[in-house]
Structures are given as structure tokens and as C-alpha cells.
Design a protein around this ligand. Structure first.
Ligand code: FAD
Length: 485
């Protein structure tokens, strides 16, 4: 009979509808005890350890989880280091006999899971792993030839057929009704040095560039619940048409909560289906893109660094740190691009339509490697997610699965005029252009001098001139594409 169990929290920072946590609760005898652990395992994650904005989020999410667990008398112990080493030492020191966890899908994570299981087996601790984070387990879905799907629509149709047959489990109630925690002071930390206070891990930067994020977001399970509720009550029926308008707020803003597992895809699925309308199904299709991204990462683990389409390996990308910096700072002279990059810096988040525009600008107008853009996103997004970020960048750069062809090059002026017709988005994030008439707001470089003067815009002084000419850049990109064929 099990006596002392550990739940290893990873990207499942919630107490409701958490597959491994509920299994632990079910397996434990009434008198048995449980302790929760989070391992900040930068060495395992290597290059893909959380970036600065994600660490900010993680700190607050763990603080919130610690509070929720405290109410159940379950301590959340924070460890840091190589997961297999610290978990094994910790399990020994509290004489645990089992460890429960939910799987992750990043390439480093499966290696980490194997190493943890191997080490814990050596000391007689039983490990139980579960699939939890996605609607469908990647290995369970193959095409007719037995290979992985590479195009979204057939993938999604196969998923829908699978859900029709097997259903999607109803979300489970909050964990903890019958659980007994281990009192903090009864834990014998025979080697205290490996237990950490969250504050010792320096996850919050000394310079307070995160104030905009702090105002906008509420990391943690409660924040996720509120976000979803607000979206389904106010916007889900408008999502179909509103999702492409970055100036409105008809999207769900659920991505960081989903990435950290503060809410499950199942909870979203069932809540959205309460609105049985076309718009809700469009929304669920986007949740399907998230599954597709993780599916691709599972079958093509090299894609965070390498293009899925091998012809792009010889693509003649440029090196130009000056242009890269101007793109990062939102100083390209193209208002919709600059608005997006500044929204990213301020909120740690950017609207999906604008992510596509700024990514296209980097890869095609500036001809810089998509990996440089993906790295910047990795550091600055609160929802930085290896699967979604890789898919988004490879899709836009034309080198991924089911990607937009490279020769389809977004014109940043036309994109701005189409998706931000009144210029509201640009006015919010590029205030120096706020007085420009909507006719000119997406092309200050073509604006008559008198209009510029009346709006207080001096190009090259309080707003930059374009760093490239779009038409010439487009030709250069098409030439580069030809050279790879
Ligand atoms: C270049 C680029 C990089 C991106 N990087 C990331 C990233 O690091 N992390 C991330 O979560 N998303 C990423 N995306 C996908 C998408 O932009 C965000 O998921 C979305 O903008 C988040 O806002 P939301 O929650 O309001 O989305 P909603 O429109 O409300 O969609 C709901 C959820 O569906 C999923 N979703 C929506 N669109 C996509 C998509 N295209 N691909 C995969 N999942 C999707 C997300 O989980 C999202 O939270 C990227 C897209 C691009 C083009």
C-alpha cells in the first residue's frame, strides 16, 4: 500500500482536471500523505530554458499554486538542478514510495522523463506518468500510411473522428478533498541545500520592465479561470470575425495560462462547446492548431532549430544585427510591425495576426533567419512555447509543415489597412503617430508633409523612416528563394 507520494508539477500548474494529480488522489490510502514538487530544471532544458518573460510568469504562477496547496496542507517544495538528481535525493530524504507526473512533449522533456524514471527505479520509487496537456496523444494518431500528418486539415479531421468515437473526458473537480499533506516540519530534509525558496531563484528581474505585464495578467489557476469565463461570456460568439482585428479584444488571451497548464485543453473544450455555434467551433480549431504544433514537435524534434522542409537548409539568410535590433525595438518605420513589437515588449504577448506580420517582415523583408526571431519571441513572450513558437515561425517563413508559401510576402501597409482599418492598434502602441489620419497611419513615409506636420510627426526624428523599401525587399526575397531551387 502506498504511503508517501510526490506529485511532480511541470506544465500542469493547476489543481482541477489534472490527470496525474487525480490519479495520485485515487491511489492513495486515506492515511497516506502527499507532497508536491516543482523542479526548476534549466540544465535539462538547455537552450530552451524559460526566457525572461516566462520566468516572470512562472514565479507568480508557482506562488499562486503554493497558496492553493497550502489550504490543503500540501507543501509545494521548490527544487532546482538536474531533475533526475534532485528528485531522487528528495524522494530519498522524505522516504517517498511513488512519484506521479504528467508528460511534456518537448524533445528535452522525454529525455528528462527517462532519466528521472531510471534514477527513481534505483531507489525503489515507483513512477506513474500520464498524458494530460493535449486533446490527443501524438503517438495515437497516424495517417493511412502509418506516418505522421503534416497538413493541418486532415490532422484535425482525424482528431474530430477520434473524439467522436472516444469523446473528450469531462473535466474533473478540484483535487484535494481526501488528501492528507505532509506537514512542512515533519519533512526530514537530510540535505537541506537543495530545497529552495522561490525568491532565491532570481526569477524576477531587477530592472522592472515587467510592470505592463503585471498590470495586465493574473498568472495562476484563478486568473486562467477568469480569463476563460470572460472570453466565453463576452467574445466567443464574435471570435470568427473578430479574431483578425488586433485593435479589438475578441481573442481569449488564454495562451500563457494554457502553456503553464493553469487550465486544461479539456476544460476549454467543454466550456466552449456550451456555445454551440460556428464561432465556438472556429475557436476550438485554433486549440487544434496547438495540438498540431505539439504533434509536429513530437515527430520532428529537430524543428526548433532546423527547417522541416530541407530545401530551406541552403537558404541565403543575411546577417544584419542593426536591422535585427530595430525590429526588436519596434523601430522599423512600418507602423503595424512597430506596434506589434512594442505590444510584445509591454505585455509579453502579441496578437496572432500581428505575430504573422512581424515574423514575415523579419524573414522576408529583412531576410534574417527565422530562428533569430523565434529566439527573441522566446525571451519576451509570456506564452513562449517551443511547439507553438516553432510552428508559427516555420509557417510564416514558409519552411514548415502546411506552411504559407515563401513567395506569399505580406505587405505591411496593406496588412495594416486591412486588419487595423481605423488605426486603433497602431495608435495604442505607437503613440507618436496617434494624431495621423487613418488614411495615412499605416504609411507615414507616403504621407504629404502638411499632414505629417499637423500630426506632429517628423520622420527620422520622432518616428523612424522605413529601414527597408518593401517593394525592393520583396524582389530581393524572391531572388533569394530562386537561388535555393
Ligand atoms: C511567429 C509566431 C509565433 C508564435 N509563438 C507562439 C508561442 O510561443 N506560444 C503560443 O502559445 N502561441 C504562439 N503563436 C500562436 C498564436 O499567435 C498564439 O497562440 C495566440 O496569439 C495567443 O493568443 P490567444 O490565447 O488570445 O489566442 P486565441 O486566438 O484566443 O486562440 C486560443 C488558443 O489556441 C491556440 N492557438 C491559436 N492560434 C494558434 C497557432 N497559430 N498555433 C498554435 N496554437 C494556436 C493557442 O493555445 C491559443 O491560446 C505564434 C504564432 C506565430 C505566427
Amino acid at each position: 500500500m502506498k504511503k508517501r507520494a510526490i506529485h511532480w508539477f511541470r506544465s500542469d500548474l493547476r489543481l482541477s482536471d489534472n490527470t496525474a494529480l487525480h490519479a495520485l488522489e485515487k491511489d492513495l490510502h486515506e492515511t497516506a500523505e502527499c507532497v508536491a514538487v516543482y523542479v526548476l530544471s534549466d540544465p535539462d532544458e538547455g537552450k530552451w530554458a524559460s526566457g525572461a518573460a516566462s520566468k516572470w510568469w512562472l514565479y507568480h504562477s508557482l506562488t499562486s499554486l503554493q497558496e492553493d496547496l497550502k489550504e490543503l496542507n500540501v507543501p509545494l517544495v521548490i527544487l532546482s538542478g538536474v531533475a533526475s538528481e534532485v528528485l531522487s535525493r528528495f524522494a530519498q530524504s522524505i522516504k517517498a514510495d511513488s512519484l506521479y507526473y504528467n508528460c511534456r512533449y518537448e524533445p528535452w522533456a522525454s529525455k528528462q522523463e527517462q532519466a528521472v524514471e531510471k534514477e527513481l527505479e534505483k531507489i525503489g520509487v515507483e513512477c506513474a506518468s500520464f498524458h494530460d496537456g493535449l486533446l490527443i496523444e501524438p503517438a495515437n494518431l497516424l495517417n493511412k500510411t502509418g506516418g505522421p500528418y503534416k497538413v493541418f486539415t486532415p490532422f484535425w479531421n482525424a482528431c474530430l473522428a477520434h473524439f467522436d468515437r472516444h469523446g473528450i473526458a469531462l473535466p474533473k473537480r478540484k483535487f484535494g478533498k481526501s488528501i492528507k499533506g505532509i506537514k512542512f516540519d515533519t519533512i526530514d530534509y537530510s540535505n537541506k541545500s537543495f530545497k529552495q525558496d522561490l525568491d532565491d531563484l532570481h526569477m524576477i528581474p531587477r530592472i522592472k520592465w515587467y510592470e505592463g505585464m503585471q498590470e495586465f495578467w493574473q498568472p495562476g489557476e484563478e486568473g486562467a479561470r477568469k480569463r476563460l469565463l470572460h472570453f466565453v461570456n463576452k467574445s466567443i460568439t464574435k471570435y470568427d470575425t473578430g479574431r483578425d482585428r488586433p485593435g479589438d479584444s475578441d481573442v481569449s488571451y488564454i495562451s500563457p495560462h494554457l502553456h503553464f497548464g493553469e487550465i486544461s485543453a479539456r476544460q476549454i473544450w467543454h466550456r466552449a462547446l456550451e456555445h454551440d455555434c460556428k464561432s465556438a467551433r472556429t475557436y476550438l480549431r485554433e486549440i487544434g492548431w496547438r495540438d498540431f504544433a505539439h504533434y509536429l514537435l513530437h515527430f520532428f524534434p529537430e524543428t526548433p532549430d532546423e527547417p522541416l522542409q530541407k530545401t530551406f537548409e541552403s537558404f541565403p539568410w543575411r546577417t544584419d544585427n542593426g536591422s535585427l535590433e530595430k525590429w526588436q525595438q519596434g523601430m522599423t518605420g512600418y507602423p503595424i510591425v512597430d506596434a506589434g513589437m512594442r505590444q510584445l515588449w509591454h505585455l509579453g504577448w502579441m496578437h496572432n495576426r500581428v505575430r504573422m506580420i512581424v515574423a514575415s517582415f523579419l524573414a522576408k523583408d529583412l531576410l534574417l533567419p527565422w530562428q533569430r526571431g523565434a529566439e527573441w519571441f522566446w525571451d519576451t513572450l509570456v506564452d513562449a512555447d517551443l511547439a507553438n513558437n516553432t510552428l508559427g515561425w516555420q509557417w510564416t517563413a514558409g519552411c514548415g509543415a502546411d506552411a504559407a508559401p515563401f513567395f506569399r510576402i505580406f505587405n505591411p501597409v496593406l496588412q495594416g489597412e486591412k486588419f487595423d482599418p481605423d488605426g486603433e492598434y497602431v495608435k495604442t502602441w505607437v503613440p507618436e503617430l496617434a494624431k495621423l489620419d487613418k488614411k495615412w497611419i499605416h504609411k507615414p513615409f507616403d504621407t504629404p508633409p502638411l499632414e505629417l506636420q499637423m500630426a506632429g510627426v517628423v520622420l527620422g526624428e520622432n518616428y523612424p523612416k522605413p529601414i527597408v523599401d518593401h517593394s525592393a525587399a520583396r524582389q530581393r526575397a524572391l531572388q533569394a528563394l530562386k537561388s535555393t531551387k
